[in-house]
Write a protein that binds this ligand. Structure first.
Ligand code: ADP
Length: 282
């Protein structure tokens, strides 16, 4: 994933002791084999970015892939809660061990390092960004087909660090109808486009509600604009998800792995096509 060492020409991040070229591979990095890194971003908070990241991980896991989630939303970490992963992460000489969810998804989040999950993180941006870097370098992820990164909303220090320092293969943008009005999606897309990895596509969450009695589609935030917005930004449109109280309840109970959604299955199929297309091009 990384280029050959410019000092001694060894492939990848240099591990040759005699070579002075920095940075050296950490112990964790020596045992990690991560095939694809996908960043999930949103223009603003509350659009369902963490939920979509989690559902994506669940869908990939159900397809038989080895999956991990790096929770880079340091000040608003919700991944452990969604998966019901509790307690403190263990460490070893080689690094921090990413705990597994019930179905075997590996998870790392600051909440798994805090004494008390309700403790706030009162850190400045650069420290938070450094921690995200450590989650990449010092966590024992092992063999993964996909590592999903749940970015914090917006275009701050963490997304910049992730795009600059981690070998991101592609990005997914999550939005919702009300957020689109604020132009924040365009900001997020423009930021992601400044960096090399392709944008696999846009997912519009909370696009409508399906009436449980008459099945009518009710667009409570107005007409979904995801498809138009994707076209406008020249990125693929991956699909839309309804507001579903079952999703919210299962997330709250740490049982999102029990959730089934045909709408999300379609999105996962479209995403797989985009990943394939981009892999063929690279
Ligand atoms: P973000 O990561 O963008 O801040 P979250 O994924 O944490 O957003 O979602 C915010 C809240 O909305 C959570 O309580 C989550 O369970 C709920 N939520 C997200 N998507 C949906 C959906 N499609 N239907 C119902 N509730 C949802």
């Amino acid at each position: 994933m990384s280029e050959a060492c410019s000092s001694c020409s060894s492939a990848g991040t240099c591990t040759t002791d005699s070579c002075s070229n920095e940075p050296k591979m950490t112990e964790a990095q020596k045992v990690n084999h991560i095939h694809k890194v996908i960043a999930v971003m949103s223009g603003k908070g509350g659009v369902g970015k963490s939920s979509v990241t989690s559902m994506l991980a669940i869908s990939l896991k159900r397809q038989g892939y080895k999956v991990g989630i790096l929770d880079a939303d340091i000040t608003g970490p919700s991944i452990p809660k969604i998966f019901g992963v509790k307690g403190k992460a263990n460490g070893s000489e080689a690094g921090l061990i990413a705990p597994k969810s019930r179905s075997g998804i590996k998870v790392m989040s600051l909440n798994l390092l805090l004494e008390n999950e309700d403790d706030p993180v009162i850190w400045r941006g650069p420290m938070i960004a450094q921690l995200v870097n450590q989650f990449w370098k010092d966590v024992i992820w092992g063999d993964l087909d996909y590592l999903l990164i749940d970015l914090p909303p917006g275009t701050g220090d963490v997304p910049i660090t992730v795009f600059q320092s981690l070998p991101v293969n592609g990005t997914i943008v999550v939005t919702s109808p009300q957020a689109l009005a604020n132009m924040v999606v365009r900001k997020a897309v423009k930021m992601a486009q400044k960096y090399e990895p392709p944008i696999y596509g846009l997912i519009e969450n909370m696009a409508y509600v399906q009436c449980p009695d008459c099945n009518k589609r009710i667009e409570i935030f107005g007409k979904p604009k995801g498809q138009t917005e994707a076209q406008r930004n020249s990125i693929p449109y991956l699909g839309e998800l309804p507001i579903d109280p079952v999703l919210a309840a299962l997330s709250d109970d740490g049982k999102l792995e029990d959730y089934q959604s045909s709408a999300f299955d379609q999105i996962a199929e479209h995403l797989a096509e985009e990943i394939k297309k981009n892999s063929a091009m690279n």
